[in-house]
Design a binder for this molecule. Structure first.
Ligand code: FES
Length: 214
């Protein structure tokens, strides 16, 4: 079986630094980065910490940095990937695991659900292509990790993820809250329009920003 080296940058909280370790992993045709991580965990080093659940494009938990940009490990082919690291711009917990809870706590209290009287089932939502696209958000935070304007801990700019959520609600006829106003409060103007943010599931981030901009 063909094998290859995979360099893994692990965050070690006790040393407060990223440490690069090299593992040998099988490179079968079509193998993904997640498969390589599972191989390392099962065969080489069971202390390696990383997140996943669904194994293919549902849970959004397997985000990491590969080929120089945030990606989902379950979707990224191992071929051509020599080095991986945790998602940038987010607080780190251990190895490849970022502190998602710390991120989500920064946007608590924004009522990110339809606010208003109970309504009929939202048949109309299925007819709006942009809304359908925005609902493909897996909450993987790859968009936040790839946004040059985002910096964890800086108040009032939550990065593209928040604008996707606000965009979903803005297009939801059941929602009565002022989502454009929230987007203003949360710094949509700090978006530089650089288009460097990435969504591994094809959410149209630029259109979301345009939708919510004044
Ligand atoms: S493991 Fe669920 S999206 Fe990758």
């Amino acid at each position: 079986m063909k094998k290859k080296q995979l360099h893994v940058n692990r965050w070690l909280p006790e040393r407060e630094k990223l440490v690069r370790e090299t593992f040998i992993v099988p490179e079968e045709p079509g193998a993904t980065v997640l498969q390589a991580l599972l191989y390392i965990y099962e065969e080489t080093d069971s202390t390696l910490a990383f997140r996943y659940s669904c194994r293919y494009l549902r849970c959004g938990l397997c985000g990491l940095q590969a080929r120089g940009k945030p990606q989902l490990a379950c979707r990224t082919k191992l071929a051509g990937v020599n080095e991986i690291a945790p998602l940038p711009r987010l607080p780190l917990l251990r190895d490849l695991v970022v502190d998602r809870a710390a991120y989500f706590s920064t946007i608590q209290g924004l009522s990110l659900y339809p606010v208003g009287p109970a309504a009929e089932p939202p048949v109309i939502l299925r007819e709006d292509p942009l809304h359908r696209n925005l609902m493909a958000c897996l909450e993987c935070l790859c968009c936040v990790a790839s946004c040059p304007a985002y910096c964890f801990g800086e108040p009032c700019f939550a990065g593209p993820y928040l604008f996707i959520k606000l965009g979903q609600l803005h297009l939801d006829p059941r929602d009565m809250a002022d989502r454009k106003g929230q987007a203003q409060e949360w710094g949509i103007k700090r978006c530089r329009g650089c288009e460097k943010c990435v969504c591994p599931n094809g959410v149209r981030l630029k259109e979301t920003i345009i939708l919510l901009s004044p």
